[in-house]
Design a binder for this molecule. Structure first.
Ligand SMILES: *Cc1c(COP(=O)(O)O)cnc(C)c1O
Length: 362
């Protein structure tokens, strides 16, 4: 078979290791496995969501409402935008795919930070686009400006806060940057962790309403996979001006999320308390990792998310493997060329165990 040339230099996305792998390979019981590698919500999801799913379980036999009227209605209330500003995807991953495929071919350029969410590059390369990266891992807007002026990319991705590093920039700095970008370049603000950033510091919060009103060449991405605890149901969304949203819809396959996913996302938006409690606990527990790193003299990046990125002295790959054998899954950053680990902040009892192991292994 002959495949597209552009696929040759794409590395398959390496997802966080699943619980099933540890059960199979090390015979560890699922209840003893601590999975802190994919930034899921360690508190699960809202009980209201679970109850609603149970009540609606029999709807699996019917296709979902393809207009997603109720979810868009709820999202438009949440973000103070109109339904025609919104597109819903099977995770915000799918919206990234729509954006790139609606804009890029082999003559296109996409600019991103050196160390950021891997799917921008993967979808970019599938489309045949040239991938440009800034020099620094973290987002440095001056570096973006230099590259922008030099290459005039078709798309710029800003991951705010950034996965896997955890840093975030002030809204005002982002807005100042956007002033310098002309309308032929689309700027995507990936807000997968905005709920966390907003809680910690209002200056980091980028409200999509504000953003798209001021800058029609921007697209905001949100997801239910992180703070809302619905990673397994695959729901994300994009917010932009109605024209852009209309174009993106041309790429959307019908029924791209499931009947139950739709139900869950609608219910999840109603339970603010669950989300706020999760976020509050997240930052409380994160302090323990910061204190641990300080005590050990390990560097870490101040995080606006539900994970922490810690640079290590010992080999990160070995450490991740040793933790794995103890039933603890974290993300080794060797594949990013960094001797570091990214740990999703767990529940108190999970963190007790992880910190005890780290204490012994670091
Ligand atoms: C998790 C994540 C996403 C998308 O997650 P979905 O589950 O596809 O909605 C997008 N961007 C970043 C930076 C993420 O960390």
């Amino acid at each position: 078979m002959v495949f597209k040339n552009t696929l040759k230099n794409i590395k398959t996305y390496e997802a966080g290791k699943p619980i099933e792998l540890l059960v199979r390979k090390y015979g560890i019981l699922p209840k003893d496995i601590i999975k802190l590698a994919s930034n899921e919500n360690p508190y699960g999801t809202s009980k209201k969501v679970l109850d609603s799913l149970k009540q609606n379980i029999s709807t699996v036999s019917v296709y979902p409402d393809d207009s997603m009227y109720e979810l868009k209605d709820a999202l438009s209330l949440e973000h103070e935008v109109q339904a025609n500003n919104i597109i819903v995807g099977a995770g915000s991953d799918q919206i990234i795919e729509f954006i790139i495929n609606s804009i890029c071919d082999k003559n296109s350029k996409i600019l991103m930070s050196k160390t950021t969410f891997a799917m921008y590059e993967i979808y970019g390369k599938i489309a045949g686009a040239t991938i440009l990266k800034t020099k620094s891992g973290r987002h440095i807007l001056d570096e973006f400006v230099v590259q922008y002026k030099k290459h005039k990319p078709d798309i710029i991705f800003l991951c705010m806060p950034n996965n896997p590093l955890g840093e975030s920039l002030d809204k005002d700095d982002i807005y100042m940057f956007l002033e310098t970008i002309d309308k032929n370049t689309t700027v995507v603000i990936d807000g997968a962790y905005q709920e966390f950033a907003k809680y910690k510091n209002k200056n980091k919060h980028i409200p999509p309403k504000d953003l798209i009103e001021k800058y029609p060449n921007t697209i905001y991405l949100g997801t239910f996979s992180k703070a809302y605890g619905l990673g397994g149901l695959r729901v994300g969304y994009g917010i932009s001006n109605p024209n852009t949203i209309e174009v993106l819809h041309k790429l959307r396959p019908p029924f791209n999320i499931t009947t139950l996913s739709l139900r869950a996302a609608i219910e999840a938006l109603k339970d603010k308390e669950f989300v706020q409690d999760s976020i509050k606990n997240n930052f409380k527990q994160m302090k323990r990792y910061e204190q641990f790193a300080d005590k050990k003299g390990l560097k870490y990046i101040e995080s606006w998310t539900n994970f922490i990125f810690i640079y290590l002295e010992k080999n990160s790959k070995d450490l991740a493997q040793k933790l794995l054998e103890k039933g603890i899954i974290v993300r080794d950053m060797t594949s990013y060329g960094l001797n570091a680990i990214r740990i999703t902040i767990g529940t108190k009892s999970q963190n007790d165990i992880v910190l005890e192991q780290l204490e012994a292994l670091c």
